[in-house]
Write a protein that binds this ligand. Structure first.
Ligand SMILES: Cc1cc2nc3c(=O)[nH]c(=O)nc-3n(C[C@H](O)[C@H](O)[C@H](O)COP(=O)(O)O)c2cc1C
Length: 315
């Protein structure tokens, strides 16, 4: 086999840990992996990301809590989950039995709640922690941790002090200056950041003339949010040195590649899994074909490559 025919390298390093490839599910859209095993070989994924896990069971919000929109969906599920004890007993043994990396997404309504989950995971076979700072801080009147740079710094710092695994902080897009929040997380000791979580939105039922979601507002996800997510990843990549995981509306390999060019070392696929549970495998295959056709040895060469041209332009 000549070097031209060599298989291109899809593996990427994230905070010192090597992943088979840069593609993984987005939290909350893939259960704990078990639910999807009938549709795809989980071991082909770069990593499995769990739904949010809190220190005890959360009931979630009242229904209706999902609605379709043009090019996406709204959800106000409210991070319903059975809590860390259940996760350790029922889900982790399954994840451990599969040959791929595991990232546990962590939910909390106070710094203490986040720290309790992270502490319970200290000696567990988990490769990464993903801290969801879009949760409301009950001690600050329900303002989401991730919407304030100082709160983002504080929660990152305290959680990092308790963590034994690399800590990825997942940012909220519902801010005016994503760069400031990204910098705050890096200063707090994050090993990486992931973005974006859902954008706050709503829908009104014109028959009842009332908000359709019982919670009034919900998080918008899916292809409709991709340009916003891509812009934020691009901006964050200019501000921090830690690795970035790009999320938001990714449903094709071309979308994934755009995020990598914007500066993401890996990508997460969320809402697209609901339409096509095999979509992540198609994305992995598409990226590999692209590298082969373009004669590129490894995907890591492309991380942030979309910035280079612009840096040369003087206005
Ligand atoms: C039904 C649903 C549940 C979600 N649950 C979580 C969660 O538990 N933790 C979290 O950090 N993000 C959660 N998210 C946000 C996604 O992980 C992702 O950031 C967002 O949907 C944008 O990506 P997408 O457009 O590819 O779906 C959820 C999204 C959806 C649609």
């Amino acid at each position: 086999m000549s070097s031209r025919e060599k298989r291109p390298k899809l593996a990427v390093k994230l905070a010192g840990v090597e992943l088979k490839n840069p593609v993984m599910p987005a939290s909350g859209t893939f259960g704990s992996g078990k639910e999807y095993e009938a549709y795809l070989d989980l071991e082909k994924l770069g990593m499995i990301v769990t739904k949010g896990v809190a220190d005890r069971p959360w009931k979630g919000n009242p229904t209706p809590r999902v609605a379709e929109t043009h090019g996406g969906m709204l959800n106000s599920v409210g991070l319903q989950n059975p809590g860390i004890e259940h996760f350790l007993r029922e889900d982790l043994p399954f994840l451990q039995s599969r040959n791929t990396k595991t990232m546990v997404n962590i939910a909390g309504r106070s710094i203490e709640e986040y720290v309790r989950v992270v502490t319970a995971l200290q000696r567990q076979p988990v490769d990464f922690l993903e801290l969801n700072i879009s949760c409301p801080n009950i001690k600050e009147g329900g303002v989401a941790f991730g919407t304030d740079a100082d709160m983002a710094y504080q929660v990152t710092k305290k959680v990092k002090a308790a963590a034994t695994q690399p800590l990825i902080v997942k940012l909220s897009p519902n801010v005016t200056d994503i760069g400031a929040v990204a910098r705050a997380c890096e200063a707090g000791g994050a090993d990486g950041i992931s973005l974006i979580n859902t954008l706050l939105g709503m829908k009104i039922d014109i028959k009842t003339r009332r908000p359709l979601l019982a919670n009034t507002f919900g998080g918008l996800s899916g292809p409709a949010i991709k340009p916003v997510a891509l812009r934020m990843v691009y901006q964050a990549a200019k501000e921090v040195k830690i690795p970035i995981i790009g999320i938001g509306g990714i449903s094709t390999w071309e979308d994934a590649l755009e995020f990598i060019l914007a500066g993401a070392a890996a990508v997460q696929v969320g809402t697209a899994n609901f339409r096509n549970p095999r979509v992540m495998l198609q994305i992995i295959e598409g990226l590999e074909n692209y590298l082969r056709t373009e004669n590129i040895d490894g995907i890591e060469e492309l991380i942030g490559a979309g910035h280079e041209l612009q840096e040369g332009i003087q206005c």
